[in-house]
Ligand binder design. Structure first.
Ligand SMILES: Cc1cc2nc3c(=O)[nH]c(=O)nc-3n(C[C@H](O)[C@H](O)[C@H](O)COP(=O)(O)OP(=O)(O)OC[C@H]3O[C@@H](n4cnc5c(N)ncnc54)[C@H](O)[C@@H]3O)c2cc1C
Length: 392
């Protein structure tokens, strides 16, 4: 007979978003997290670039990240180097961070089912869903819950199953090699663009545990190339030498996928709510989503707690706060994303030269997708001017 479980809130996905929802739900609310991987934080599917100020605001312990003092941008023939003094970047230890987030969610009314995949959900009544899940060790199970959180990342597994939404079709796909850092400075990160990473960008990130992550991400279907092919061309072309890196014979490979589509405001579908990458919270400029998955996952857990306790405005508040944070910046950021995905290497050279004239604060705002009205107006003006010049 199929095993049956019950809870108030079923959380699908044990990434930073799902774990953060679980950690901020009131402890008397029964929750179950289903996570398809065997372990929290493994395999690694992300590269972990973030900002020290956000990690401090989220109370993430310092040993879980490497602080970066120098951030350099390279195109084929240009570079822009920033000594970062005000807003320092950081590189997260992904596995340790996610396992730490899991410890924050542990309590008697929270169950974690690892190696268990959410298959489908059915609405029984307005206040009851039954979800079919498949555990590799325990077989099929049914979980009855009043609420379901879609924190399954780009899979949007719950929304798809209930016909509430679709998986994104434009995706950022990335691959990363991880190996000992050797002589590469521990506090320097590099982002590279141009011929070696067309439609996307590459990165070199040192970690707190003395490894280096060298990765490339591209946007499909803007290019048909897979990141694996792009990475092979990078390695075979000897491009690592330019950055003072030697790629050893053996290394770990990390790979992942992120949505690259416009932000949509709707997050709450009755008792089904999305968050993290399922809600497209990662920045459109560089696809940075971990801090946002944690911050807004925690907000969702808290507001859902209030909602269950009778505050009927709580979930609209979650949706409104997210909209206020993301809507304007991400609309502009997505325009930028589409434009730069079609840049030629020559165009990237010009852009990186322009970037080198920005102040540290302006550079940070751009990478974080936090745009001032001045930046938006200037970019629209430049793009209109370019169009006008082209047509005359
Ligand atoms: C190559 C790459 C590089 C990136 N680099 C950065 C970076 O430098 N900095 C940064 O901040 N962000 C980065 N991101 C983005 C960041 O990884 C995401 O924004 C973040 O992981 C979102 O967290 P999440 O919990 O919403 O989703 P995820 O981290 O995707 O977690 C969702 C989890 O749900 C599980 N799951 C999916 N479907 C099911 C199912 N049916 N049943 C059970 N479990 C399921 C998945 O296995 C997954 O572990 C990068 C992404 C990629 C792909």
């Amino acid at each position: 007979m199929t095993k049956s479980l019950e809870c108030d809130v079923l959380i699908v996905g044990g990434g930073p978003a799902g774990l953060s929802v679980a950690s901020s739900l009131p402890k008397d609310i029964r929750s179950i997290i289903v996570h398809q991987d065997k372990e929290i934080g493994r395999p690694v599917r992300t590269s972990g670039g973030t900002w020290v100020r956000d990690m401090k605001a989220l109370a993430i312990p310092e040993h879980l990240y490497q602080v970066i003092d120098q951030l350099d941008f390279y195109s084929d023939h240009a570079q822009a180097c920033f000594e970062v003094n005000q807003d320092k970047m950081a590189v997260l230890d992904i596995t340790a961070l996610y396992q730490y987030l899991e410890t924050l969610s542990q309590h008697a009314n929270r169950e974690l089912l690892l190696d268990t995949k959410f298959i489908s959900a059915k609405k029984e009544t307005d206040s009851l869903y039954s979800s079919q899940v498949r555990s590799r060790t325990k077989g099929d199970m049914v979980i009855r819950s009043k609420y379901i959180i879609d924190a399954s990342g780009w899979h949007c597994a719950v929304l798809e199953s209930l016909n509430l939404g679709k998986k994104p079709t434009r995706l950022g796909v990335g691959i990363e090699f991880e190996f000992p850092r050797k002589n590469f400075p521990k506090n320097r990160a590099i982002l590279f663009v141009g011929a070696t990473a067309l439609t996307g960008y590459g990165w070199i990130f040192p970690t707190a545990y003395d490894t280096l992550r060298l990765g490339v991400g591209v946007i499909n279907p803007d290019t048909d190339l897979s990141p694996r092919t792009v990475m092979k061309a990078f390695v075979d072309g000897g491009h690592a030498k330019r950055y003072g890196i030697e790629i050893p014979e053996t290394y770990e490979t990390n790979a992942g996928i992120i949505p690259s589509t416009p932000y949509e405001e709707k997050l709450v579908y009755g008792a089904v709510i999305r968050t993290g990458d399922s809600a497209n919270f990662a920045t459109p400029t560089v696809g940075e989503g971990i801090r946002l998955a944690i911050e807004y996952g925690r907000l969702l857990g808290q507001e859902l707690g209030f909602y269950i306790q009778g505050d009927h405005k709580a979930l609209s508040r979650y949706e409104a706060v997210c909209s206020k944070t993301f809507k304007r910046d991400y609309k502009f950021g997505f325009m930028m994303n589409q434009r730069i995905a079609s840049y030629t290497p020559e165009r990237w050279d010009k852009s990186v030269k322009r970037l080198s004239r920005l102040s540290e604060v302006e550079m940070t705002q751009m990478v974080r997708s936090n745009f001032s009205m001045g930046m938006i107006a200037r970019t629209i003006w430049l793009s209109l001017r370019a169009k006008f010049k082209k047509s005359h």
